[in-house]
Design a protein around this ligand. Structure first.
Ligand code: IVH
Length: 666
């Protein structure tokens, strides 16, 4: 059917008009029309699109919710890793951070931008030719999940930029406004569903739903704070980045300022201590960034954080409540931790019902008793803790709490070994220890068995389907299908994830074993030295002691672990079930590892940035054509390199193909 020209024009005008009103409303907070008038424009556009479906475009405001539920999320490799932030809890720590930075910047003058730290989940958005083409979660910082369909349902996120940029990648934070959070939890309570502990969990759960139609109803919002690449070049300063983001149509949290020195930063922090509660998002601090990108680049990053920014965390607020009971929780190494069961209390939007009491020594020191009124505090995402007793409110008949002699889970003896503070359950087959070990083994940082979290483990445990790590590998799909909350797809996914975990990097496996004192870093050091599981199992104390950062205590713990007959049996059984961790040759380098590139012609982003992306993902950029070249990336108006590459039969790809390669790896 021929579409009359005036219809095309009308539809495009309507879209532009809607886009403008969305911008006025969501970004500038200055609506010019009423909600009814806005809805009228939307309905008009919808009716045209219904009549002429050929006119529907990806970036039409009517297309925020479309399509059927997804089966799962694709993985996305970030062009530049999404790091996290170092924390400072005092001005003193900010000064130390500044001093460290000063040693690298030397005697040049730098300034700061301070911004509100939004407590949500970070996302990365990609725009091509001005249109939103991909939205991804942070994931583990290197790879995230493709949540484009869900991102599009967030009305404050522009589907089309206000400038027609060829290429743009921005980062920001998706959050759930307080109002939406309270409403959602009220609804869930009515339906008898589990409540979200805080807006951040709610936002994260909502963005990772497989059905975008449900995400659309969750009323998520977002603020943006960074441009990581842009074809016209990223602005020179953080201040200009924030201004540019707003011009492009992104919501930017208004609580930010460009500041000359740390003194002004401190004033900003003081000034906004209370003001942050007026925002519709949860925030526990201020992010301080060195404003000039040339200095940011000079400072670079550590493995985890950029050196040019830091998060100042406000001291957390404490609330009074009463201890109804004190229970003993058994951790994966058998530690018996006293936990306070509280009269529910609201702290910063979450309902707190439990708080850790750390250990019996600490409990005794603070003389915390059942029935006491206590002060409870919650900071960041740590478990709430009891900070002290309100002694005036203690009931007369109260008695000090005594550590039970036996494990509440298995009846085994609770003992203190050597000069340790913690009590431990000494029964090696205590089911609580086994459960915690499985949860740890399956964690993202360990064997990353998605679908084997706390809830599933406890369910499968109760049903007798798993009892230890070995039993995970004996699970069958048929065992799962039909259990409450388990469908065909979920069962299949878990079986696949378990299968995948058989071939995991050795350091993740070692970490997953949950050896006392062995964290991720030590596991890496040990794996790099051992190179194989067999060698690991035969390490000697002397060998361990010569490795960096491994001391007497850790070495002893490892030796007593690998020499224990139960562990030897465990490893043998795992091997016979096909578990075969491998050792990565060097540090994980990214999807472009071992690949070389050369660029010719004009790309959607600057050469410098393209080079950066390649190198950050493990690839190398060559300076001339050679036989060893893996790929020639061709942009607009390519030079003579193209001809040469063709002669040599080298792979030739364009920018889109390169991005796909980044996704898939070489
Ligand atoms: S800058 C290298 N600015 O906080 C990361 N992050 O705790 C640079 N966040 O992962 C991030 N508000 O998700 C930045 N104004 C802000 C932020 C912010 C919230 C999040 C971000 C980051 C997390 C670290």
């Amino acid at each position: 059917m021929d579409i009359p020209a005036y219809v095309r024009k009308k539809v495009e005008e309507l879209r532009k008009e809607i886009l403008r009103h969305e911008y006025l409303y969501y970004v500038l907070n200055k609506p010019e029309i009423t909600d009814e008038e806005f809805d009228k424009l939307m309905r008009e556009l919808q009716s045209w699109e219904k009549k002429y479906p050929e006119l529907i475009t990806q970036d039409s405001p009517t297309q925020r919710v479309g399509g059927a539920p997804l089966e799962g999320f694709e993985k996305v490799t970030h062009s530049i890793p999404m790091l996290s932030l170092e924390n400072a809890y005092s001005f003193e720590e900010l000064k130390e951070w500044e001093e460290r930075a000063g040693k690298i910047i030397l005697d040049e003058v730098w300034t700061y931008v301070a911004e509100l730290k939004i407590d949500g989940l970070s996302i990365s958005l990609l725009y091509e030719n001005g249109i939103l083409v991909r939205g991804a979660t942070r994931g583990d910082g290197i790879t995230g999940e493709n949540v484009t369909q869900n991102i599009k349902t967030i009305k404050v996120i522009p589907l089309r930029l206000r400038e027609n940029l060829k290429y743009l990648e921005v980062r920001g934070e998706v959050y759930m406004p307080w109002e939406a959070f309270t409403k959602l939890n009220q609804e869930r309570e009515k339906e008898g569903e589990a409540l979200f502990a805080n807006p951040r969990n709610a936002a994260s759960g909502s963005l990772r739903l497989l059905d975008p139609k449900i995400t659309a109803k969750r009323n998520l919002k977002a603020y943006f704070y960074n441009i990581v690449s842009m074809d016209a070049g990223v602005p020179e300063t953080q201040k200009d980045i924030l201004i540019k983001l707003k011009e492009l149509g992104f919501p930017v949290n208004p609580l930010w300022e460009h500041l000359k020195n740390l003194k002004e930063v401190e004033e900003f922090i003081e000034k906004n201590k209370e003001k942050r509660f007026d925002m519709d998002c949860e925030s526990d601090g201020i992010v301080i960034k060195i404003n000039e990108r040339k200095f940011q680049e000079r400072l670079g990053t550590t493995a985890k954080f950029p050196r040019w920014c830091i998060a100042y965390k406000y001291p957390s607020e404490a609330k009074e409540t009463k201890i109804k009971d004190i229970i003993i929780q058994i951790g994966r190494t058998g530690t018996a931790t006293p936990v306070a069961i509280l009269e529910p209390v609201q702290i910063k939007g979450s309902t707190i019902q439990r708080a850790t009491l750390h250990n019996y020594e600490d409990l005794k020191r603070k003389d915390i008793r059942i029935g006491d009124t206590v002060l409870v505090e919650k900071g960041g995402d740590v478990i709430p803790k009891v900070v002290g007793v309100v002694i005036e409110k203690r009931e007369k008949e109260s008695k000090p709490f005594l550590m039970p002699e036996n494990c509440p889970e298995c009846g085994g003896k609770l003992l203190r070994i050597g000069d340790e503070v913690a009590f431990r359950c000494t029964n090696p087959s205590c089911p609580a220890i086994a459960q915690e070990s499985i949860i740890h083994y399956a964690k993202r940082d360990a064997l990353n068995i998605e679908g084997l979290g706390e809830k599933s483990v406890s369910q499968l445990f109760e049903k007798g389907l798993i009892k230890d790590i070995v039993s995970i590998y004996k699970l069958k799909k048929e065992d799962l299908v039909g259990l409450p909350l388990w469908g065909e797809k979920k069962a299949q996914n878990l079986i696949e994830a378990i299968e995948k975990s058989k071939k995991a990097p050795l350091h993740k496996f070692i970490f997953g074993l949950g050896i006392r004192y062995v964290g991720e870093k030590a596991a890496k050091t040990i794996a790099e030295y051992s190179k194989s599981l067999d060698k690991f199992m035969n390490l000697t104390k002397e060998e361990l002691l010569q490795l960096p950062e491994i001391g007497e205590t850790m070495a002893e713990s490892i030796i007593s672990f690998i020499k224990s007959p139960e562990v030897i049996k465990l490893i043998e059984e795992l091997k016979s079930l096909g578990v075969e961790p491998y050792c990565e040759e060097e540090e994980k380098k990214g999807p472009l590892e071992n690949l070389t590139f050369l660029i010719t012609g004009k790309l959607p982003i600057s050469r410098e940035e393209a080079k950066n992306i390649i190198e950050k993902n493990g690839g190398r950029v060559l300076s001339a054509i050679s036989k060893n070249l893996s790929y020639l990336i061709v942009g607009e108006d390519p030079g003579s390199k193209l001809k040469k590459a063709k002669e040599l039969g080298i792979n030739i790809i364009n920018w889109e193909e390169f991005l796909k390669l980044l996704q898939k790896g070489g």
